[in-house]
Design a binder for this molecule. Sequence first.
Ligand SMILES: Nc1ncnc2c1ncn2[C@@H]1O[C@H](COP(=O)(O)OP(=O)(O)O)[C@@H](O)[C@H]1O
Ligand SMILES: [Mg+2]
Length: 247
Amino acid sequence: MPTGIKIENLNFSYSHGKKVLNNVTVEIQPGERFGIIGPSGAGKSTLLLHLNGILSGEGIVQIGETIVNKESIADVRRQVGLVFQNPDDQLFNPTVEEDVAFGPLNFGLNKETVSGRVREALQAMNLTVFEKLTSHHLSLGERKRVALATVLAMRPEVIALDEPFSNLDPAMVMQLMKILKSLDATLVLVSQSILPIVACCDRMAILKEGEIAAIGPPKQLAANVELMRSCDLDLSFYWEICKEIFY
Ligand SMILES: Nc1ncnc2c1ncn2[C@@H]1O[C@H](COP(=O)(O)OP(=O)(O)O)[C@@H](O)[C@H]1O
Ligand SMILES: [Mg+2]
């Protein structure tokens, strides 16, 4: 069952640094696909790392009924699957199969259930042929898909993905968008790739210098040229390139 997320007045600074998250308040509905866009350094990854308590700032982060804190962290990490931007932070087993089996085995599931989940997750990410290989022999895009498979196999209620579209070829971006649309989980997608976020999210927030600059329907926000430009997100850039190529 997908779970909702509540973030209330969240403030965070890295040690001795400037404020990276400034009073962030956002509520995400169960089953929603929620995108967060913003320029590099806006605080997107920092915000995502609060969802399963890797970072903890001042304010409230709540997954369903559970407030994220030291006591709830084990429970929260079962509910929230985080896919890191760099898959090498996530993959450490000798084979792809073992990497994907690692989480479900840790949950204490029996071998048969685990192998069923591994098969399903690998199929969903189009990775079956790589099952017996070592992940560090795969391309970065392939390793990113393995990282998502490791999270899918745990069947979390919330899946949070950091830059899922980076380093994927266009066909894989399309395939990933289709997969993300089919998942029965609450999704939080953080990305600098604006177009896939606009195309596959139900709602979107723009993060600018640690603050939520706008929240709303993705197409409506993306069409607001002034807003997008003021947040250093200029979609007309794509249009200019297309004009140069095709006209
Ligand atoms: N581990 C860290 N220690 C100190 N500063 C950091 C660390 N990680 C990120 N930052 C800083 O926090 C700000 C937000 O970073 P980040 O959340 O990675 O932004 P984004 O994901 O939007 O590019 C940046 O100014 C970045 O330099
Ligand atoms: Mg980032």
